[in-house]
Design a protein around this ligand. Structure first.
Ligand SMILES: Nc1ncnc2c1ncn2[C@@H]1O[C@H](COP(=O)(O)OP(=O)(O)OP(=O)(O)O)[C@@H](O)[C@H]1O
Ligand SMILES: [Mg+2]
Length: 297
């Protein structure tokens, strides 16, 4: 991409941001999240049974140790599900299984009611619309916020980047609109041209979430997204997740209970590779077995 094209793209996004700002005051929706309803849905996931993700009796062992043990769990479309549990409970391993990084020894893992995830590879699963955010931010430090988001679009989901297509890639107007809307959603509209390397830890995390959003995932898996964030960044991340809920399904693993309290509806407690308890945060925190696994070890 030449500097010229980059500038043009950035200018289009700036214009779009200004238009979004202006339209806030004269629409009925007022300050409603601007990304509402605008994200295209290529490829359908059949959620007529009320589930976007479905795990049943999933087990996996590492050298004889059962990290996941008859785990069953399902998530509704648009739900924001929080997963908590002590260290070593199997939370990250569960995400590894959903995304195809780890193959379970037994069990069923479905995306919607028709897509058997165990028959798909890791890149195919990303392509199907499951985005994953690891704990450490992995943005391109030498590129601007704009370039990082643009690159996320160019990069064919889960595949190695095709150098030729990205050299000649230009955002069309719909993509520019989406990029602008995502910039607002991730609180980085004022930082379009900043180097990602100069962002705070929290801002890098938001940028990476923005990069995932550029690929329009139906389900987002977020592993300890607020670890290392300041209190203010954590509060803004909670806001961000609440705006994503409904448009995307989210599975959030976190140890920060005040963050969970802000965002959660249903909380699932994992322990020893299976579900120990499920309910509101207050319900699970009052559960003797949950208290035991957090305090009794
Ligand atoms: N590839 C692997 N090989 C061997 N053991 C593994 C592997 N992956 C995970 N484990 C083990 O499986 C168990 C579950 O680990 P996992 O990382 O899923 O826990 P977690 O709930 O994410 O914990 P934390 O809250 O500390 O991140 C741990 O005992 C871990 O050591
Ligand atoms: Mg983990």
């Amino acid at each position: 991409m030449t500097p010229d094209l980059l500038e043009q793209g950035a200018r289009r996004v700036q214009q779009r941001l200004a238009a979004l700002e202006a339209s806030k005051s004269n629409t009925e929706s007022g300050g409603r999240n601007p990304s509402g309803g605008r994200i295209a849905t290529p490829g359908e996931v059949d959620t007529t049974h009320g589930r976007i993700l479905y795990l049943e009796d999933v087990s996996v062992s590492f050298d004889g140790f059962k990290a996941i043990n008859k785990l069953s769990l399902d998530i509704a479309p648009g739900e924001l599900r929080c997963i908590i549990g002590p260290n070593g409970a199997g939370k990250t391993t569960m995400m590894d299984i959903i995304t195809g990084k780890t193959r379970p020894d037994e069990g069923t893992v479905f995306f919607g009611s028709t897509i058997d995830l165990l028959r798909h590879t890791e890149p195919q699963i990303a392509q199907l619309g499951i985005g994953r955010k690891f704990q450490k931010p992995t943005v391109f430090e030498q590129l601007t916020v704009f370039e990082n988001l643009e690159l996320a679009l160019k990069t064919n989901k889960g595949h190695e980047r095709d150098v030729w297509s990205s050299l000649f890639f230009r955002l069309d107007s719909m993509q520019s609109d989406r990029l602008a809307e995502i910039l607002v959603t991730i609180h980085l509209a004022d930082s379009v041209n900043r180097m990602a390397g100069n962002l705070s830890h929290g801002q890098k995390q938001w940028l990476e979430i923005g990069m995932l959003l550029m690929q329009d995932p139906k389900l987002l898996l977020l592993d300890e997204p607020v670890a290392g964030m300041t209190d203010e960044e954590t509060a803004r991340t909670a806001e961000l997740f609440l705006t994503l809920k409904g448009k995307h399904s989210l599975m959030v693993v976190e140890h920060d209970m005040s963050f969970i309290k802000t965002i959660s509806e249903v909380v699932t407690v994992l322990c020893d590779g299976s579900v120990l308890a499920q309910g509101t945060l207050d319900q699970v925190q009052a559960d003797e077995r949950v208290i035991e696994v957090y305090l009794g070890r």
